[in-house]
Design a protein around this ligand. Structure first.
Ligand SMILES: C[S@@+](CC[C@H](N)C(=O)[O-])C[C@H]1O[C@@H](n2cnc3c(N)ncnc32)[C@H](O)[C@@H]1O
Length: 246
């Protein structure tokens, strides 16, 4: 069952405040993205615009955010109204998107893990490729398909856990639970293996696919100590990647 983000938009926004989001997810993603000054950028599955705003603040311009959920885009627009950065937002399915083909950067945090089948994944990768100019970069993060189910409770110390229904096979639903002060929310994404993802990216014209391990920010190491982050780094629940448009 696909997660209805309209129902949990506010709570999902709150989940971005968990320290691992800042000190690992954000830190690693932004390092991987690198210099973005004046890069025409598209944030697919932008949610409430968390990374859309960060990319703009780092100098990317113009920046457009697209998400399937009206509730998430409402939150993004409310923040744009409160603090205008010149961002464009649209409600839409990333797979059907037809914007300009000349983006320097397509960014996607937790989009590809919403594909349930090879065909859906290919449609996502084709959409990414058709919005990039040759040589343009695709950068993102996903649920890590290589994270074994035996590790799914390791995240409790960081405020989340994962649950598998059935076997860890292609298309299997993986439910993330975020344990927040406001209560627990669940989002379900889908298991597709790393080779499946690489095949789809290559078929869509995305090459030099590289996978990256998480890194902890210096502030996170100082504040929490290295031992705190070790379980996350040993069996990482998320995986980072980059690719280039042929
Ligand atoms: C886990 S949230 C991540 C949001 C944001 N990227 C972030 O990191 O804060 C996943 C988002 O993907 C969106 N999404 C799922 N499938 C999509 C699709 N086919 N096209 C556009 N957005 C999609 C959901 O609506 C949701 O907002």
């Amino acid at each position: 069952m696909t997660t209805d983000y309209d129902q949990i938009a506010k709570e999902y926004q709150a989940s971005k405040l968990q320290p691992w989001r800042t000190h690992i997810e954000r830190y690693t993603l932004l390092r991987l993205t690198g210099q973005v000054a004046n890069l025409k950028s598209l944030d697919l599955a932008c949610g409430d615009g968390y990374y859309t705003r960060l990319l703009r603040r780092l100098g990317a311009n113009p920046v457009t955010g697209v998400d399937l959920s009206q509730g998430m885009i409402d939150l993004a627009r409310a923040q744009e109204t409160a603090t205008p950065l010149g961002l464009q937002y649209a409600v839409g399915d990333a797979t059907k998107l037809q914007l300009e083909a000349d983006h320097d950067l397509v960014f996607a945090a937790y989009l590809l893990n919403y594909a349930r089948t090879d065909a859906e994944l290919l449609a996502m990768c084709e959409a990414i490729a058709r919005h990039l100019k040759p040589g343009g970069r695709f950068v993102g993060v996903n649920n890590n398909p290589d994270d074994p189910p035996s590790n799914f409770d390791t995240g409790l110390v960081y405020g989340y856990s994962k649950k598998l229904t059935g076997q860890l096979e292609e298309g299997a639903p993986i439910t993330w639970r975020f344990h927040l002060p406001e209560g627990t929310i669940e989002v379900t994404n889908y298991h597709l293996s790393i080779p499946t993802m690489e095949r789809a990216m290559h078929a869509a014209g995305l090459e030099n696919v590289r996978w990256h391990q998480p890194q902890v920010s210096p502030e996170g190491r100082q504040q929490w100590g290295d031992a705190h982050w070790l379980p996350f780094l040993q069996n990482t629940p998320i995986t980072f990647f980059e690719a280039t448009k042929r």
